[in-house]
Design a binder for this molecule. Structure first.
Ligand code: MN
Ligand code: MN
Length: 503
């Protein structure tokens, strides 16, 4: 993609005729999905799984959505794209931070000027070291400073972990033209670095709270309040990019507590903590697995290694179906013993990594977790990706559960003219203004003062302007682990933004 293409890609809205065409396609797809949902069987035999995987290719889940390639993306209203090509004067927000009261510690916690943090209660998650040769640190331990108090310009954020491209692309690291092109991506890269530093500081704090016996909704609220404070959240300018995922055991993804959920985290649980930050619509999507019991070490290690392998083999011109093969190879090499039972680990076939576009956590490309010779899509220069792997002791296919907590505005819902009812209409306006095309949960809508949230959400889902993303779970009694990092295929090298001392 050259610069002109990219600018068109960023700036243009769909024409009316294209919108209609897409809507038609979408409608057709929905009917098929509905059939699939209706076909649900309670007891599934092993030989049915392959058929199910075929069906899942049509699934509307945003982890696995195989959309037709969309040339143009929808940007929220009033988003300035003028800075995209500006290599010198990137404006930096100077706003008052209104979130101090939200993060006041409940007990008398000592605030110390130290980076070190002992994470030994969390399996496979490393300690934060006093000194990092990689990333400088200006935060206190219990966080007391917002990101803007620590870093006074976008240029200050340090580079993530750099990986050189492989032999086919190693010429890029010293190519003058490619070096020049780096300037064009400066706004993207620096926004991603800032979002990543926020993510590290927030998760470091979250790690201190993770203990058996905590009530998950309390934990999630504390994390989200700290996220608001550190990012100095301001709707579409910066803040949280999707609901805090706390998916336990056989649930792989898309679970955050709704307001009536009092689930407690247990010593024997395996929990995927998946949350995201964004700066100017540039998203860090990054996750780790929480376990206290050493019995799960190999399960966690498998996902960690698979994700690292995916990132290592990623590169410009890499075919996504081939990349999936490298991930699959790692996962299927693991055999683990949990509670006296031996399992050969499997990838979850209907979940995958994905590219990311501005204000769109999931772009049009997927990194599958298995070899796929039919998928000819390749990775391209300038793309942002989240590489995530889901490894399981179960069947390797998910089903949708009830109690949906993740929702997102439909990418094609540009206006609310077809919303006749007044409460859903004002809720849709609220969603559009606060989240646009980023995912949200009912709890946030309630915290924002909206009433009758579930009823209005159901209405908006029924008419297709909002889509539900229910929790996705492997079979009862299985365990799923996940690790995820965000990176960019820069013109001269690969930069992994979200790595920290912890994972
Ligand atoms: Mn994620
Ligand atoms: Mn993701």
């Amino acid at each position: 993609m050259d610069i002109d293409d990219l600018l068109n890609y960023i700036n243009n809205d769909d024409t009316e005729s294209e919108k209609k065409k897409k809507k038609k396609k979408k409608k057709k797809k929905k009917t098929k999905e509905d059939e699939i949902i209706e076909e649900k069987n309670e007891n599934k035999e092993d030989e049915k799984i392959n058929k199910e995987i075929e069906e899942k290719k049509e699934d509307k889940d945003f982890h696995s959505k195989k959309q037709k390639k969309q040339k143009k993306i929808y940007l929220p209203k009033n988003i300035n794209t003028d800075n995209e090509n500006n290599s010198t004067n990137i404006p930096y927000p100077k706003r008052e931070n209104k979130y101090q009261d939200l993060i006041k510690p409940s007990e008398n916690i000592e605030i110390i000027e130290t980076r070190f943090q002992d994470n030994s209660h969390l399996r496979l998650i490393n300690n934060w070291e006093e000194k990092s040769d990689k990333i400088p640190y200006f935060q206190t331990n219990y966080p007391t400073k917002s990101i803007d108090e620590q870093y006074t310009s976008l240029d200050c954020f340090s580079t993530g972990i750099i990986q050189e491209y492989n032999e086919n692309n190693i010429w890029r690291s010293n190519n003058e033209e490619k070096k020049e092109l780096e300037k064009y991506y400066k706004y993207t890269i620096t926004s991603m670095r800032k979002a990543a530093e926020c993510h590290r500081q927030i998760r470091k704090y979250a790690q201190t709270l993770l203990k058996p016996g905590i009530v998950l909704i309390d934990f999630v609220k504390k994390l989200e309040n700290m996220l608001k404070f550190i990012t100095n959240a301001n709707d579409l300018e910066c803040g949280q990019s999707f609901p805090t995922g706390v998916s336990i055991n056989n649930i792989a993804a898309h679970h955050t507590p709704n307001s009536n959920d009092n689930t407690v985290l247990k010593y024997d649980d395996v929990m995927k903590l998946d949350f995201g930050t964004h700066i100017n619509g540039y998203v860090i999507d990054c996750a780790f697995t929480v376990a206290f019991n050493p019995e799960y070490d190999q399960l966690l290690k498998c996902s960690q290694e698979a994700t690292a392998t995916g990132i290592k083999n990623a590169g410009i011109d890499m075919r996504l179906g081939e990349l999936g093969g490298y991930i699959q190879e790692v996962i299927e090499s693991y055999e683990v013993e949990i509670k006296g039972k031996v399992y050969k680990l499997k990838p979850i076939r209907d979940l995958c990594g994905h590219n990311m576009l501005r204000y769109h956590v999931h772009g049009e490309k997927s990194i599958p977790l298995y070899k796929n010779d039919e998928d000819n899509a390749v990775m391209e220069e300038g793309e942002l990706y989240a590489c995530e792997t889901f490894v399981t002791t179960g069947k390797g296919v998910t089903k949708e559960l009830k109690n949906c907590s993740h929702y997102m505005k439909d990418n094609l819902a540009f206006n609310n003219t077809k919303i006749k009812s007044s409460q859903p209409k004002s809720l849709f306006k609220y969603i559009d203004e606060h989240y646009s095309t980023l995912a949200f949960c009912p709890r946030w809508l309630e915290e924002g003062g909206n009433t009758n949230v579930q009823k209005s959400l159901n209405y908006l889902c029924n008419i297709g302007v909002v889509n539900p993303y229910p929790p996705l779970a492997d079979i009862e009694g299985s365990y799923v682990a996940q690790f995820e990092h965000s990176f960019m295929l820069r013109p001269t090298c690969k930069e992994i933004f979200s790595i920290g001392d912890d994972y």
